[in-house]
Design a protein around this ligand. Structure first.
Ligand code: GMT
Length: 385
């Protein structure tokens, strides 16, 4: 019989990988009988339903005319204290270090009920935002205060140890996928027909259209395609680079072959109906959307940066190139589109890899092991003081 843990999970509720991973982890923990308390500024986008053993605590923003904006760090810290004391949390798991690890550390120090903090570093909390001079020292401090640090790829672990003065080991728990939710069974000709003609191959890109997602190369590679079959580019998501991307499509004269879908909630319904996914990011600690495509049986063409080579089996589940090598990406896409047998073989290999290497149950068990380790370390430190 497993001992039931009471876990607080702090995460960003927005559409994005770290919030998705945190939510899937919490739901999986609850299904195993653990009590899970999500703490966020609003309900995480994937926590749409009510689950047994899952509780959501909304952060009450503090606004006062004297301040430029809500005092989120104060209000988040206060909410963590409240939930930790009310529910006697065994541990708080902060997803994305900024500002979550600092808030959780402050809360543990202030709370009548002290608890260990475990932080999972997800990406730009160390590679972009985390590199900001004003933040780096604070982020380093809060990461070093954690009972345990984890991250989502071997690359990210090595990067953190190289770039930050971290005085503790960092465990790697790769991200995971629910292969029941993300499945080729979602292929739906009626949905597909809303995106493209039956004789068109669909090249899809999914992102928040921030500069690091490199949508310029997505459009450039698509514009260079020389295929026998007709092709359609479907862009899913929204963000600051959308208008620039629309202009690039017009300038290249391909606007009528590009569909801007905007943000969607069930992205799996769309990814499963793509013939290839293209993700040429400049930075990615892991890249959940590549794993989502693999689980849906869709081949991927991507950059080879950071943690992506730990997700893609190059030549077997997809192809990787330097981030701005649009021509090579175009050639790879042409190769995939040239023969349905090639597309199918890559897609099937991707699904097998997603199921075998990034299995939800295995990764949740790894996180539970980390929790027990963090709790033991916290108890040792408490008795040592
Ligand atoms: O860091 C970000 O850009 C946001 C973050 C998110 O919340 O989506 O993405 C990061 O975490 C994901 C989940 O672990 C990873 O799959 C993404 O690769 C990672 N993004 C980057 O490293 C740029």
């Amino acid at each position: 019989m497993i001992s039931k843990l009471r876990i607080g999970i702090v995460c960003h509720p927005s559409i994005g990988g770290s919030g998705l991973v945190a939510t899937q982890l919490g739901i999986g923990l609850a299904k195993l009988g653990h009590e899970v308390h999500f703490i966020a500024s609003k309900r995480p986008f994937k926590l749409a339903n009510e689950y047994k053993n899952v509780f959501f605590h909304e952060v009450d923003e503090v606004n006062y005319p004297l301040f430029d904006g809500p005092l989120h760090t104060y209000s988040l810290t206060a909410k963590i204290i409240e939930v930790a004391e009310e529910h006697a949390l065994d541990l708080v798991h902060a997803h994305y270090s900024i500002p979550h690890s600092l808030c959780a550390h402050l809360a543990s120090n202030i709370s009548q009920h002290s608890f260990p903090v475990m932080t999972t570093i997800h990406g730009t909390d160390v590679t972009i935002v985390g590199q900001d001079k004003a933040i780096k020292r604070l982020n380093t401090y809060s990461m070093n205060q954690c009972a345990l640090l984890t991250t989502v790829s071997d690359f990210q672990r090595d990067y953190i140890l190289q770039e930050f003065d971290i005085r503790q080991p960092i465990s790697v728990v790769h991200n995971f996928i629910d292969s029941v939710d993300f499945t080729p069974d979602l292929v739906d000709i009626n949905l597909r027909r809303t995106l493209a003609e039956d004789d068109e191959k669909i090249l899809m890109h999914v992102s928040n259209f921030r500069p690091l997602k490199n949508t310029h190369t997505v459009v450039k590679a698509f514009s260079q395609l020389q295929c026998d079959s007709k092709t359609k580019l479907v862009l899913v998501g929204s963000g600051p680079d959308i208008e620039k991307t629309k202009l690039q499509c017009q300038q290249l004269g391909i606007a009528e072959r590009v569909c801007f879908l905007g943000s969607v909630t069930k992205v799996e319904r769309f990814i499963a109906n793509a013939d290839c996914l293209i993700q040429p990011s400049f930075r990615e600690s892991f890249c959940m959307v590549i794993l989502e495509a693999m689980s849906c049986g869709v081949p991927t063409v991507s950059s080879n940066v950071d943690g992506i080579p730990e997700v893609v089996d190059n030549g077997k589940t997809g192809y990787m190139y330097p981030a701005e090598d649009a021509q090579s990406m175009a050639s790879a896409i042409e190769h995939i589109f040239s023969d349905p047998a090639i597309q199918q073989a890559l897609g099937q290999a991707g699904r097998r890899r997603a199921i075998n290497e990034f299995n939800t149950d295995v990764k949740i068990d790894q996180y539970i092991d980390c929790y027990h380790h963090a709790i033991a370390l916290h108890q040792q430190n408490a008795t040592a003081c």
